[in-house]
Design a protein around this ligand. Structure first.
Ligand code: DX5
Ligand code: ZN
Length: 218
């Protein structure tokens, strides 16, 4: 299995102190920062877009921005997110009719490409060609749209199915993940762990990050 990567979701942070919050997470042991981009169409909420990511990129040297694009037209934002310093562009399979072309466009802008599936999308919707072309597969463990929701156990088997088909890919879980729910995710083969509330809501985020990381490594 690829190495453990912890990607705190900044959606749960104080947006007024965004760069400081990102620095605090990196200091606490996080490898990536998970940036939830919502457009008010694919999901009802609006969060942040390229201008905000650009400020974070400038303010936090060397940051790896794991951009989770909950947007209706993922093709539209590839250039803006690349220009803003995005490191990984993860789009929803439900939002595009041509995932292979989109992955190519993302790679052409030197970003890693991720493919996300919502709770009602089966793992088989990710074809072999798409899974092989992508760098990361994201199994949502809540319905995309907001932080702080309850972890959906029924999504975990999809992680195992994808790990079997794609042994060397990064497989990310996102939604309601924390020390109480990490065990089944890690056991199923997820190695990239997103956690918002569980990390930012903790008194000592570095301890939560270490706990999540060691769960993946065991
Ligand atoms: C949900 C977002 C998640 C969310 C995770 O739509 O994609 O990244 O912020 O937050 P928690 O860990 O609080 O569920
Ligand atoms: Zn997310």
């Amino acid at each position: 299995m690829p190495r453990a990567i912890i990607s705190p979701s900044v959606l749960a942070s104080d947006f007024g102190q965004l760069t400081a919050e990102c620095k605090r997470m990196i200091k606490g042991g996080a490898e990536w920062l998970h940036m939830d981009v919502m457009d008010g169409h694919f999901v009802p909420n609006i969060t942040m877009g390229a201008p905000v990511l650009s400020c974070v990129h400038k303010g936090v040297p060397g940051i790896f921005m794991d951009c989770h694009m909950m947007v209706a037209q993922p093709e539209k934002w590839v250039n803006d997110i690349a220009d803003a310093g995005g490191s990984l562009y993860c789009f929803h399979l439900e939002a595009t009719s041509d995932p292979l072309s989109l992955i190519k466009a993302i790679h052409d802008r030197n970003m890693k490409a991720g493919v996300a599936i919502s709770p009602d999308t089966p793992s088989t919707a990710i074809t072999d060609a798409v899974g092989e072309a992508a760098d990361m597969l994201l199994v949502m463990t809540v319905y995309p749209g907001r932080g702080g929701q309850k972890f959906l156990d029924r999504c975990v088997p999809k992680v195992a199915e994808l790990r079997k088909r794609f042994p060397n890919k990064d497989i990310e879980v996102d939604g309601g993940v924390g020390p109480k729910t990490i065990a089944p995710c890690a056991e199923a083969g997820s190695n990239v762990i997103v956690a918002g509330t569980a990390i930012f809501g903790a008194e000592k985020p570095e301890e939560v990050i270490a706990t999540l990381k060691s769960a993946v490594n065991t």
